[in-house]
Design a protein around this ligand. Structure first.
Ligand SMILES: [Zn+2]
Length: 320
């Protein structure tokens, strides 16, 4: 009778279960042995012989049943179709691979990792605190430190009405007594973008490219220099001063703009801060350095200014 292979397998498994139970009962029989005879009469040996015979017959019966089961099981195994393909155990074969857990130094590695992570967390918290209290930074890190102050509404520095910028410039011109602020160039009827020229007494002058309240470029020159290559040329932010002192101030001004504008200050406040910063250069050639207390170092006056208190500094002294 040709059976379905799956049915044959199921029958084979059932036979195995039966065989297992049979072997168990055989083991129990052997363990118990022949039944004890509770008789002290002279015919005791007769009862003992009878008991042993019963025991042996039961063993034979058990063994013959087991033998039958094994025979049937072998028949089923022979009836199964032989597989020519190699057996693919799939991912279960990985179970046999020794993961060598005992040899992997996980605890030894975990302790230094925990210490390193803890140290990194402490230093990151310290860095976030320092960055939040320091204005001189390139990237705003306010997201790292939760602010308790309510956030101000976003000021869109680029989109400013011409009247708004004109009003602001006129206010600033009246406020900064040592600065002369003039609008140099207006493209058509719009004031956005525009170029401001900021004169710092008789010392120097700066050209600011404004888009709304946002300063996009800056160039610094001596008071008697021009921002044009020739009279007919256009204003050129890349046409540098012939004096090294103003070329350096020009670089510092660009850094100051980046620092102020990358802080959480609104663009109009940044413009005011920059004007305060420019105003501090009125004593460029007279104020000594706040660190070395000298005016000239390497034939240059203190070309740097602190971004908060506007103290004069030499480039060399700022690195100490
Ligand atoms: Zn100095």
């Amino acid at each position: 009778m040709a059976e379905n292979p799956l049915e044959s397998l199921a029958n084979g498994l059932k036979l195995l279960q039966t065989l297992r139970a049979q072997v168990n009962s055989f083991s129990e029989l052997v363990f118990k042995g022949p039944a004890n005879v509770e008789d002290d009469s002279e015919f005791k040996f007769l009862f003992e012989e009878e008991s042993e015979e019963d025991f042996m017959s039961e063993l034979r019966k058990n063994l013959s049943e087991s033998s039958q089961i094994v025979t049937e099981f072998e028949k089923i195994v022979c009836s199964l179709p032989a597989s020519s393909l190699p057996t693919n155990p799939g991912p279960t074969s990985l179970l046999g691979i020794d993961p060598l857990l005992d040899k992997t130094p996980i605890p030894q590695q975990a302790i230094p990792t925990y210490k390193w992570l803890s140290k990194m967390h402490d230093e990151a918290s310290l860095m976030a605190n320092l960055s939040s209290s320091n204005l001189v930074r390139r990237n705003p890190l306010t997201s790292l430190v939760p602010s308790k102050k309510p956030k101000k509404g976003n000021v869109i520095g680029y989109q400013v009405l011409p009247s708004g910028l004109e009003n602001l410039i006129s206010q600033l011109a009246g406020y900064f007594q040592d600065l002369s602020i003039t609008v140099v160039k207006v493209n058509g009827p719009q004031i956005n973008p525009c170029i401001l020229e900021v004169g710092v007494t008789q010392v120097m002058k700066a050209l600011l490219l404004m888009r709304g309240y946002v300063i996009e470029n800056v160039s610094v020159k001596a008071a008697n220099e021009s921002f044009k290559v020739s009279e007919s040329a256009k204003l050129d932010f890349n046409y540098l001063s012939k004096h090294e002192v103003f070329r350096k101030i020009s670089q510092h001004a660009k850094c100051a703009i980046v620092s102020y504008q990358s802080s959480s200050l609104s663009p109009d406040i940044c413009l005011r801060q920059m004007l305060f910063w420019f105003q501090s250069y009125k004593s460029l050639f007279t104020s000594p350095c706040s660190k070395c207390n000298k005016i000239l170092v390497d034939f240059l006056p203190p070309t740097m200014r602190d971004l908060r208190i506007y103290e004069p500094l030499h480039v060399f002294c700022s690195k100490i």
